[in-house]
Structures are given as C-alpha cells and as structure tokens.
Design a protein around this ligand. Structure first.
Ligand SMILES: [Zn+2]
Ligand SMILES: [Zn+2]
Length: 268
C-alpha cells in the first residue's frame, strides 16, 4: 500500500524533474519542465499537487528551476533550496515566475523531515551558484539523487554505499564529446570538475562503491548530443564487469529517457 513510487518526468538539459512518493504524499526533486506538464504527468499516475509536500531544488540552472516560481507561487508548493540557490533562482531571467513566498531554506548536511520522507542535501561540485545532491530516506529505502556533478566526492561515494536506489548522472560519452560539434570552451566546461560526469566515471564510481543492497540504478541527465541510452548503459556495465562485479537479475540498471518515463514501484 505505501510502497515507494518513482516517476522521472524529465531528465537532461531540456528539463529535470523527479517524483518520489507513496499512495498519499510525495516530493519533487527539481522542476525544470513546465508546471502544467508536471501537473498533467502526476495526474496520470493519480497524484494531485495537494499531495506534494515540497519541491527540492538541486541548483539554479534553468533546466532544474524553470517551473519553481510557478509551483511555489501559483500552486502554493513549498520550495526547498539552499539560501544561495534561492538567490540564484530569483536572479535567473529564464525562470518564468519569481518566487516570493513559500521559500524554505536548506542547509547542506542538515536533514529535513516532510511527511514520511526525510531529505538531506549534500554539497557537490558543479558550476551553479551552489549545488547539492540529495539523500532521501523512506521506510527501509535509502535513495541517492545526484544529478549535475563535475566530479564525485567522498559524500557521494558514501551515499552510494548506503543506498538501495541510486539516481546518478551519466552525462556524456568521452569520445562522442571529443569528436562532436561542441565548441572548445563548452567541451572544456563539460569535462571540468565543475561540469558533468561521463559514462566511464559514473561506471567507475558505481563499481568502487558497489554493495549487495544496491538494487536500482538510474542513469540520469544524459546528453542529447554526446550520449545515448544504449551507450551509457553499456559503458557502465563494462566498468562493473571489468571490476569483477557480478550481480543478478534482481538488479536494475536503467538509463532515464529525456522525457516522461514509466512509473516505478519499489519492493520494500
Ligand atoms: Zn542540468
Ligand atoms: Zn547544472
């Protein structure tokens, strides 16, 4: 009845938004797609905005905050972000609506309880005003959501070791980016420690922090131009195999689509 459910409404540079919830309440991580699309997609899985306890924002890039103002102001949802990210949101010209009320301030490392969910933000390296990943705990589940990070840190690694569900960036294939059409400065930005994670790095970090309770891995924020789902999955699997990691059919490794994905329900 109160199983954890996960819906990826958007993942990648066109917009990011993830829903985690149970039968009565839930939260959103990031809101980089139109508010009406969020509402429509949630409605299709039987979730109303009145059931959303908060929108948790990882950082102030437009693909993560586009609808934050609308969700906070028009739909009255509390928006949780660090103080610096809140400032960044209100400075952002691309966000459709400013956020005046409904601001909740997160402190990296400090846990917030909303309904049955506890959420802790942790700092990550990425070139926004400030960036965090999230640890989400619900019943027996420990979930890591780490999108947009130029490099991993000890906190991210330790969270992988504690999680049964991991949503982790696999942004680009090194060769596709290198040989692709992006200008030099953009390639430099993406590969830097404050840019994005490549498939190999994602695979390496997963291999190094692998443990038997890790059952669901979702590769997120795949680049449209420098990656594809098959390649991301294949690269991560190769890294795991090369590290001698064996896992059974009870382990799911799945790249997320850029648009709406299918609803997932996790076993307790
Ligand atoms: Zn992003
Ligand atoms: Zn970003």
């Amino acid at each position: 009845m109160d199983k954890l459910r996960f819906l990826s409404l958007g993942s990648g540079s066109s917009g990011n938004c993830y829903y985690f919830g149970n039968s009565v309440q839930g939260i959103l991580i990031d809101a980089g797609i139109a508010a009406r699309t969020v509402r429509k997609s949630l409605k299709e899985i039987g979730v109303d905005f009145s059931q959303i306890l908060g929108v948790f924002v990882s950082h102030d890039h437009i693909d993560h905050i586009k609808a934050v103002g609308a969700l906070g102001e028009r739909f009255n949802l509390p928006v949780y972000a660090t103080a610096k990210t809140h400032n960044g949101i209100n400075r952002c010209w691309g966000a459709a609506q400013k956020l005046n009320g409904n601001r909740r301030v997160l402190e990296p490392g400090e846990k917030v309880q909303v309904g049955d969910f506890s959420i802790s933000p942790y700092s990550v390296s990425h070139d926004a005003t400030e960036s965090v990943c999230f640890e989400l705990c619900y019943r027996s589940h420990h979930i890591l959501i780490a999108t947009d990070l130029g490099c991993t840190n000890e906190e991210v690694c330790s969270l992988i070791r504690q999680s049964d569900i991991v949503v982790l960036e696999a942004n680009y294939d090194e060769r596709m980016l290198k040989e692709g059409k992006y200008p030099y400065y953009l390639k430099q930005r993406i590969t830097s420690d404050t840019g994005h994670l490549c498939n190999t790095e994602t695979g390496r970090v997963l291999a190094e922090n692998w443990h038997p309770d890790l059952k669901y891995i979702y590769l997120c924020h795949l680049s449209k131009d420098n990656n594809n789902p098959e390649l991301a999955l294949q690269t991560v699997e190769t890294c795991l195999n090369e590290a001698g990691i064996t896992y059974g059919s009870d382990v799911t490794i799945e790249p997320l689509n850029r648009n709406l994905n299918e609803l997932v329900e996790f076993d307790d």
